[in-house]
Design a protein around this ligand. Structure first.
Ligand code: ADP
Ligand code: MG
Length: 317
């Protein structure tokens, strides 16, 4: 059995099903991202895990122990909040020591926790003097210091500016992997989920659509929601895709190619330059779609032919 098991987890608010029959297995040491649009139930799932909410149905089992009805502290889960929730009147060491009241040799534990997040020697610094990235690491050190069984993070990097985020993602992943702790984190950003997670669980309207690696989600989406939500896609009606009416297809821009014998004829209406390759918008018979091709493959205004190399998913029109 896996280390952490969510089984049939359901949470209903008045007039609203926030989490619906959620089943998810997480292996020991695995990092799983909960990815979904706003309102899909990510935070509610995390709060159910942390024990801040009680589910209407289902169970949460950790290392063979059913913790569904346990108080938050008794679960021995660590939580990093979106705004870090550091105490501004305490220094870094006091913040990290916060959850260690009954532990002998607090100083050594604090030093070890700070070392894990590359903040050795920061004990006496004021948290208000730290950069956003450093505050994020203090919050991580504080949640890891009591050696929790599971680490929960809510949008861990959303408070950082975009240029810092990418580097911090890799550092955060290294720091978590170094401790070997089983981790669930919430994000609405695909890149964050892909960079940080070993697996990604896609939520939509309180339901788990698919859990898998980034490659699984991108190449083998289980549902049309996942196909459209992960990466970029266009939808072509059956008459354009050569499928006949009643069946439309979902395709990725890199699975479309400009070709003299392509069966779709259209006109290039826009180009988004991204470097060596560009994203061209093509319009055909009132439908527009994207083609990924070398930046100088065609020009805006050109009449072009396009061929479909691979269909991601076919669905009723
Ligand atoms: P996410 O984190 O994916 O944006 P949430 O888990 O916060 O989504 O919310 C899921 C749904 O449940 C939303 O429609 C939200 O409005 C609703 N919801 C969340 N918390 C409460 C609450 N305390 N009372 C009523 N409805 C809530
Ligand atoms: Mg949320």
């Amino acid at each position: 059995m896996s280390y952490l098991r969510l089984q049939g987890l359901t949470k209903r608010y008045p007039g609203h099903l926030a989490v619906s029959d959620l089943n998810l297995d997480v292996e020991r040491g695995e990092i799983v991202a909960l990815l979904g649009p706003s309102g899909s139930g990510k935070t509610t799932t995390l709060r159910l895990l942390a024990g801040f909410e009680v589910p209407d149905a289902g169970s949460i089992v950790v290392d063979g122990e059913d913790v569904t009805r346990l108080a938050p502290a008794a679960r021995r889960f660590g939580m990093v909040f979106q705004n870090y929730a550091l105490f501004p009147h305490l220094d870094v060491g006091e913040n990290v020591a916060f959850g260690l009241r009954d532990v002998p040799d607090v100083g050594a534990r604090v030093a070890a926790a700070l070392a894990r997040v590359d903040l050795t020697g920061f004990e006496r610094r004021r948290v208000t003097e730290l950069s956003g990235g450093q505050q994020q690491r203090v919050a991580l050190a504080r949640s890891l210091a009591p050696e929790p069984r599971v680490l929960l993070l809510d949008e861990p990097l959303s408070n950082l500016d975009p240029t810092l985020r990418e580097r911090t993602r890799r550092e955060l992943r290294e720091q978590i992997k170094r401790t070997g702790i089983t981790t669930l984190f919430v994000t609405h950003e695909q890149e964050e989920a892909f960079d940080l997670g070993d697996r990604i669980a896609v939520l939509n309207a309180g339901r788990l659509e698919q859990a898998g690696s980034a490659d699984d989600l991108y190449d083998r989406p289980a549902t049309s929601f996942v196909a459209r939500f992960v990466g970029r896609t266009s939808t072509l009606p059956g008459r354009l895709a050569g499928r006949g009416p009643g069946r439309r297809v979902i395709v990725r821009p890199e699975a479309l190619r400009f070709a003299p014998d392509g069966h779709i004829t259209g006109r290039v209406i826009a180009r988004r330059f991204t470097g060596g390759f560009a994203l061209f918008s093509v319009e055909s018979d009132g439908v527009s779609f994207d083609v990924h091709a070398p930046h100088d493959a065609v020009k805006v205004g050109d009449e072009v032919r396009v061929t479909i190399e691979r269909v991601l998913m076919e669905e009723p029109e």
